[in-house]
Design a binder for this molecule. Structure first.
Ligand code: CO
Ligand code: CO
Ligand code: CO
Length: 317
């Protein structure tokens, strides 16, 4: 593994240096504890659905390390003017997702806050030698993405009432789906590197993988699964501010070929809520992983490859 923080504690297998999805601490030779925390403001009006999405998103960082979530603590920020039924529905949505993940809600904490927020702190367990970091992609690997992108654009469109029912349902299904199926598939096959695609967008998380792994990542823009309507919305300029933050952060390290349409590039920078796993797997195992993903609840695709480090960390063609 890369950049271990062995200077602070030899049992800390993954710390903060590599911007990985969760921290991993070895307890015994056979057990490592995996910890993460995530919460955010509502992305949809339906409180139950919001609870499901927030929980799926929080659980995702555990899956991205290759671990199984076991314990979850609710983090809630609500003010008195939110109806009790809404709060109940949010917590029920979260609880149902945690249960679906095979984990337990064992407590939580609420802070008074005008802007509602919900999420979880999640603890998982795994074998220390099974840890999948975000910085171990190997030259010759291929990259597989397990959910469509375009979620930030669609969510922005939802807020202004511009999204059709079909895309809304597609986005909700995508965001509320656990990354458990994808995680089980990758752990069965054995992969080199993984992260989940969330706030930094597909390009931001691919960039962290490329830099951490000291490689360049080549993406085939036409192969990337996307919620179709995100492209027309992006073309109209319905793009969340976070996409521009992501772009400004890494644009000097990303090279687009001239054929990539601007709206698709925008969607690649778009922050995702509860996005899919971005998996780097040995080319010889790629077909096995694709076969294993065959019954995936969400669209998935082989979207690129890992090459020797070049000037740019990411090449998009
Ligand atoms: Co993550
Ligand atoms: Co996270
Ligand atoms: Co990871």
């Amino acid at each position: 593994m890369c950049h271990l923080t062995q200077d602070t504690d030899e049992n800390l297998l993954v710390g903060i240096e590599t911007s990985d999805d969760a921290s991993v601490y070895k307890i015994t030779e056979d057990i490592a504890i995996v910890q993460t925390l995530d919460f955010f403001t509502p992305v949809v009006d339906d409180p139950y659905v919001y609870g499901q999405i927030a929980a799926a998103n929080s659980l995702s960082d555990i899956y991205a390390m290759g671990a199984d979530p076991r314990l979850a603590l609710n983090i809630t920020c609500f003010s008195d003017d939110i109806p009790k039924e809404s709060i109940k529905a949010i917590l029920k949505g979260g609880h149902d997702k945690v249960k679906e993940a095979g984990a337990l809600v064992v407590g939580g904490h609420t802070v008074d806050d005008k802007e509602p927020k919900f999420g979880l702190s999640v603890t998982g367990f795994m074998h220390p030698s099974d840890v999948v970091t975000n910085c171990n992609a190997k030259v010759g690997d291929v990259l597989i993405l397990t959910k469509p992108i375009g979620l930030g654009v669609i969510n922005t469109g939802i807020k202004s009432g511009m999204v059709g029912e079909k895309s809304y349902n597609e986005a909700v299904k995508t965001m509320s789906t656990l990354n458990k199926f994808a995680k089980d598939a990758m752990m069965k096959i054995g992969v080199n590197s993984c992260t989940d695609v969330t706030g930094f967008g597909l390009l931001g998380h691919a960039y962290e993988m490329a830099v951490g792994s000291k490689v360049t990542i080549k993406l085939k823009s036409k192969s990337i699964p996307i919620i179709e309507e995100a492209l027309s919305l992006a073309k109209m300029g319905i793009i969340p501010g976070g996409a521009y933050n992501n772009m400004n952060h890494i644009k000097n390290f990303v090279s687009f070929s001239a054929e990539v349409p601007q709206e698709l590039a925008d969607c690649m920078y778009d922050p995702q809520t509860s996005g899919g796993l971005l998996i780097s797997v040995d080319k010889d195992k790629a077909q096995d992983l694709l076969n294993e993903l065959k019954d995936s609840p969400t669209p998935y695709a082989l979207i690129g490859e890992v090459v020797e480090k070049e000037n740019h960390s990411i090449l998009v063609e």
